[in-house]
Design a binder for this molecule. Structure first.
Ligand SMILES: Cc1cc2nc3c(=O)[nH]c(=O)nc-3n(C[C@H](O)[C@H](O)[C@H](O)COP(=O)(O)OP(=O)(O)OC[C@H]3O[C@@H](n4cnc5c(N)ncnc54)[C@H](O)[C@@H]3O)c2cc1C
Length: 382
């Protein structure tokens, strides 16, 4: 699929031109990902392993943005074609949401670093050639600074996968990883020493909005399939669709899709124009609402389809199983809501409303730096 999609000119759409892409922006990617997920399950967009004919390459973006010249030469093209695969190792047995408390350490030894620790749910390690390991190199538990990202070859002595986790989605590629005196050269650092969380956040923000768009498309698919089924399924001698108890939940979900679509598009538009950290609350809103929506829509689709809906002959239980994970993995729902609250109450920097007020006072045309459609301006207009 990857080879054919690349040949057809779709795979690299989101990547910069120098990597053979078309500079596809976040808004375009949101629309495409919604469209593909709206087509239902298939090789065109196999959400289970996060592959799609229009590729989402968060790790490639990271390497492109933060990599040294040598790292770019080694990884970029190889990652796109699948020769190299880089996993993301942040979560640990004792720390997930509170990643700044991670316990994995890296200690300098001449021109090398020695890594020790453990990682959990390290997705993709069944085929990863390299693992992006986040380790504390300075500071104390809880400090955002002092965490460094290392590109660790999975064949390094001391790098072990004791087991893979079985999850709701069955046998999976989510590894437990043990690092015992793993030695890597200084050149394996991605980004600046001690600034690994900036790398991690750039990964998460771009991924979160794309995930939201996929969830939205899959939600709309569940709704549309349910409407079509209810119209043709005859129960008590009449189409099932004639019952308001069937219509109303689907009508409400459909309304929610329209609202979430507006939020996803607007957030993607902002991400294309502003630093991702400035709009992280919008990204969180879009992500948690879209992921919750698809779970509700898949659940409702199972209900409308009755017994066959619960079966594996229909796609809804698969969609539910897959998207349920999104409510935990890319920063859980609570952590996203916490971020929204942080911006709202101003304990994660000045609130969005305060920023718009201060921009308005200074007579700036638009806090986004450009004219319409600056949604934030509309939302906070006084
Ligand atoms: C299928 C799957 C794939 C994954 N892939 C990766 C991967 O590739 N790389 C990687 O690094 N990690 C990965 N993860 C790990 C994932 O990022 C973590 O599971 C997630 O960040 C939550 O951390 P935790 O499981 O330790 O839960 P905890 O942090 O222990 O939290 C437990 C619960 O408490 C809630 N909670 C925590 N703090 C608060 C608070 N302050 N207020 C209210 N509620 C709170 C959380 O939302 C959660 O519901 C994956 C996980 C899964 C299940």
């Amino acid at each position: 699929m990857r080879r054919r999609a690349d040949h057809a000119g779709h795979l690299r759409f989101s990547l910069p031109r120098e990597l053979g892409g078309r500079d596809g922006d976040n808004l375009a990617m949101a629309i495409i990902r919604e469209h593909l997920a709206h087509k239902g399950l298939g090789l065109h967009n196999d959400l289970q392993n996060e592959s799609s004919i229009v590729g989402n390459f968060p790790q490639v973006s990271l390497l492109h943005r933060y990599g040294t010249q040598a790292q770019k030469v080694r990884f970029l093209d190889a990652m796109i074609t699948g020769k190299e695969s880089v996993a993301f190792g942040l979560t640990e047995p004792n720390h997930g949401s509170d990643a700044t408390w991670l316990e994995t350490t890296a200690v300098r030894d001449g021109a090398d670093w020695i890594l020790n620790g453990q990682k959990r749910f390290n997705t993709g390690l069944h085929k990863a050639t390299t693992d992006l390991i986040f380790a504390r190199t300075s500071g104390k538990p809880g400090d955002a600074r002092g965490i460094t990202a290392f590109l660790v070859p999975t064949t390094s002595p001391g790098f072990e996968v004791p087991f893979m986790w079985w999850t709701f989605n069955m046998p999976t590629d989510h590894a437990e990883v043990r690092l015992t005196n793993v030695r890597v050269p200084n050149e394996t650092i991605l980004g600046a020493e001690g600034e690994g969380l900036i790398v991690a956040q750039a990964f998460l923000h771009e991924n979160r909005i794309r995930q939201a768009a996929s969830s939205l498309g899959a939600a709309q698919y569940c709704i549309d399939e349910s409407v079509a089924y209810a119209r043709k399924r005859i129960v008590f001698g009449k189409p099932l669709a004639g019952n308001q108890a069937i219509q109303f939940p689907l009508a409400e979900l459909h309304t929610e899709c329209e609202m979430v679509r507006g939020l996803v598009h607007r957030t993607a538009w902002h991400l294309d124009r502003q630093d991702h950290l400035e709009v992280s609350d919008l990204v969180s809103m879009a992500n948690y609402r879209a992921n919750r929506l698809v779970c509700d829509a898949a659940d409702q689709a199972i209900q409308v389809h009755g017994g066959v809906g619960y079966s594996r002959h229909y796609p809804f239980e698969h969609i539910y199983r897959h998207h349920r994970r999104y409510r935990i993995t890319e920063g859980s729902e609570e952590i996203q809501i916490r971020k929204v609250a942080g911006h709202l109450f101003g304990f994660m920097g000045p609130s969005r409303t305060d920023r718009f007020r201060s921009a308005a006072k200074q007579g700036s045309e638009s806090p986004c730096g450009e004219g319409p459609p600056c949604g934030g301006r509309g939302r906070n207009a006084e």
